[in-house]
Design a protein around this ligand. Sequence first.
Ligand code: MG
Length: 272
Amino acid sequence: MIEIKTPAEVAKMRRAGIVVAEIHAVLREQIQPGVTPRDLDEIARRELRERGATSNFLGYGGFPATVCVSVNDVVVHGIPDDVAFRDGDIVSLDFGAVVDGWHGDAAVTVPVGTVTDDVAELLSVCEDALWAGIAAMRSGRRVRDIGAAVEKTVRSRGDYGLVEEYGGHGIGTAMHQDPHVLNYRTRARGPKLVPGLCLAIEPMITLGSPATHTLADQWTVKTDDGSWAAHFEHSVAVTPEGPLVLTALDAGVERLSALGVSTPGASLSDLW
Ligand code: MG
């Protein structure tokens, strides 16, 4: 079932999204050689506690941490361990929070120190694909338009592996809701985008093949060919005035206006 939120409920989701965005900013600042994934998990736990928020990752299907930390050829769902980051690595942080029963979910891939040009471009293409998908989230359009925009952006930028086994999802009173949001174009149009529909959009791309496998720990997803992978995600609400990026501190105003897409902006007082 698809959960359509009222404007007041979207405002509550925005509060959860801001908590997610703030903690993402704290975690991102920590990333440097010598820091470990477990350090980040401990910081995330503390930051959640300080804000009176809870984790939607910890315990989800038995996941043992508050943040997924996926390094280099790990695509998603890395379990925080004690292996220190090294200069030139890339680190994907997938992190969410629950505030007053409403969920936020976002991910970013961050370079450690200096990365090669190919790797920097991988990150840039994945992030641009995310924003192209968000820009397609206009009332009256279809879920298919999101995946089509993501795929078009990735294909236009080079020979990247576009991971198909994982995708975005509805989000609200639970972290994972209908509909599933594919990162590529399909024949099925999918549900209509209507005000109050909230989706997490999350493209994942690689420098090689899109094929992945899950390790014996049941969580860690790696590329089959060892190529490095990027993952970017935001939780977004459809509104009559355009997409409201719930998990961006500026609500997506800067990136969307650069794409010529109108947004309701960061104010919660008058959503629609
Ligand atoms: Mg997600």
